[in-house]
Design a protein around this ligand. Structure first.
Ligand SMILES: [Zn+2]
Length: 125
């Protein structure tokens, strides 16, 4: 199997000479779930189920066409295998600065102005 083309679950399975039962055994995913995906499915495929099936076929999840797409919703795969899910968060950090009137700050960079030059390091560059 090349990594460029996308296969349906049935195509990938057939190319590897696996029966649905073989795939079920290898992935830990139930025969009925495999049947449902191969028949076009009613729901999105849970990401855990997709991962277990892709791994059993030695493919990446995105190399297989999932008839209704994928999501983190729904029942997770009952494979007994741990599943790693990567999530990306955007965080915002708030810093509280107390301005001391004795030591003036650069109004542009909020750096304490050195007593010698009176010019902040960023401004002098
Ligand atoms: Zn400055």
């Amino acid at each position: 199997l090349t990594t460029e083309q996308k296969y349906t679950l049935k195509e990938a399975r057939t190319l590897l000479g696996m029966s649905k039962r073989d795939l079920s055994k290898a992935s830990g995913i139930s025969l009925s779930a495999i049947n449902s995906i191969e028949n076009g499915g009613k729901f999105q495929t849970n990401n855990g189920v997709a991962l277990a099936l892709a791994e059993a076929l030695a493919l990446e999840v995105h190399e297989i066409k999932w008839p209704r797409g994928r999501s983190d919703l729904g029942r997770p795969a009952k494979t007994g295998k741990p599943i790693t899910i990567r999530r990306t968060f955007t965080i915002s950090v708030t810093e509280e600065i107390t301005i001391d009137s004795e030591h003036p700050l650069c109004p542009r960079h909020f750096m304490v102005l050195p007593t010698g030059t009176g010019v902040c390091d960023f401004c002098s560059k």
